[in-house]
Design a protein around this ligand. Structure first.
Ligand SMILES: Cc1ncc(COP(=O)(O)O)c(C=O)c1O
Length: 389
């Protein structure tokens, strides 16, 4: 029946949509997930269909621990893990249990715009911490902490996407990690490490999670949205056992049991039958190819006065426009020419960012990536020439 949408994404005919940071349709493992669903019900029957254990199904937690051990070189203890309904749900649940409206949250700047939205929904007072192509700048963090102290208040948390950041693609430099952790320890701040893109590396694996430096200071949020399918609404939290205990005892999990229990069982099956092991390398190769096609096309079509970063993983290329151009006011012209993107200012809690824009290459085919870059190049050139008059 026409009318109500089934998907969040709105795809406009004839529009090259660089705005959606979603997995490509052809990279969603539909057949393997159907098979995992069939297998898990055949094998475990009612156990998958009742209310689940509050922490998440034991078999998924064990598989996640093994996976994280391979990724980070150490497995989180069982008491420090909880299955979530994805990073968004985890972030919201953590804010609801650990913060009060008006509390100060430091946020990487720029950072995932809907992460900012979630924190704002809980009434938090967001203070930006400047980041560059190597992630959060420790000097900027120290400065923001001084400013907060100057008001007689204290920050509760720092929200960051340190690996293949959304929107910039940057990764926190190794030499900055310890300084950052020392600063947050000194100021008794908890880091919320949004780890959505870690497994989607193109050339080499990124450094281990910040939580391996100090388990007690970091809440690490993982997700199956980018490595499997966002519609599953499944992820996990690794945190201090006191916090995990508090979440496990919450009314939400006591009443409804573990989050998305059936899905969690299907994903456990998908992992244990080896499907994830073959799927993730396929994703890495496909997204690496898309990144390369987009970067080549941008080098060909964008004027030299534009600059952009080369992401080593994830879904995004971050573009800086020539001085005098504004990505927000340019968007209607770009859309009229059949290309859409996200304006940079959405990713800055404290304002600014108008010279930047975010391009997601994850969803688009080779032809669309090239056509999109050429349309964007044309619009930027037109804007430059109008600006000179
Ligand atoms: C950095 C980041 N965090 C979280 C999310 C959402 O994660 P989930 O689907 O697990 O809620 C996204 C999705 O785009 C993201 O880019």
């Amino acid at each position: 029946m026409a009318g109500l949408p089934n998907m969040q994404m709105l795809l406009r005919p004839e529009m090259i949509e660089f705005g959606w940071g979603h997995p490509a349709f052809d990279l969603l493992p539909a057949a393997e997930l159907a098979e995992a669903s069939r297998q898990v019900v055949a094998r475990h029957g009612p156990e998958t269909l009742v209310y689940g254990a509050a922490q998440g199904p034991g078999r998924l937690i064990e598989l996640l621990r093994e996976r994280l051990e391979r990724i980070d070189g150490q497995a989180p203890p069982v008491e420090r893990m909880l299955v979530s309904g994805g990073i968004s749900q985890a972030l919201d649940m953590i804010c609801s249990h650990c913060t009060n409206p008006g509390d100060i949250a430091l946020v990487e700047s720029p950072v995932y715009h809907f992460g900012l939205r979630l924190l704002r929904d809980r009434g938090l007072d967001l203070w930006p911490v400047h980041a560059d192509q190597h992630g959060i700048r420790p000097d900027a963090l120290a400065e923001t902490l001084r400013q907060v102290e100057g008001t007689g208040r204290r920050a509760r948390l720092l929200y960051t996407v340190p690996i293949f950041n959304n929107p910039t693609g940057s990764t926190l430099a190794l030499e900055r990690r310890q300084t950052l952790m020392d600063l947050v320890a000194r100021h008794k701040i908890v880091v919320i490490e949004d780890d959505a893109y870690r497994e989607l590396w193109f050339d080499r694996p990124p450094p281990p999670s910040l939580s391996t430096l100090d388990f007690s200071r970091v809440i690490r949020l993982g997700s199956f949205s980018k490595i499997l399918a966002p519609g599953l609404r499944l992820g996990w939290i690794v945190a201090d056992d006191a916090l995990i205990g508090r979440l496990k005892d919450s009314g939400l999990l006591t009443s409804g049991g573990g989050i998305n229990h059936f899905t969690a069982n299907v994903v456990a099956e998908f992992m244990s039958n080896g499907s994830l092991e073959t799927h993730v390398p396929r994703l890495r190769a496909a997204y690496r190819e898309r990144r390369d096609i987009l970067l080549d096309a941008m080098a060909q079509y964008l004027p030299d006065t534009c600059s952009f970063m080369r992401p080593e993983g994830g879904f995004f290329v971050w573009v800086t426009l020539p001085e005098g151009l504004n990505s927000t006011t340019l968007l209607p012209q770009a859309e009229a020419a059949g290309v859409a993107y996200l304006p940079g200012e959405r990713f800055f809690a404290g304002g600014g960012g108008q010279r930047h824009l975010r391009l997601a290459f994850s969803l688009l085919s080779s032809d669309e990536l090239r056509t999109g870059a050429s349309r964007l190049g044309l619009i930027i050139r037109q804007a430059i020439s109008q600006n000179c008059l």
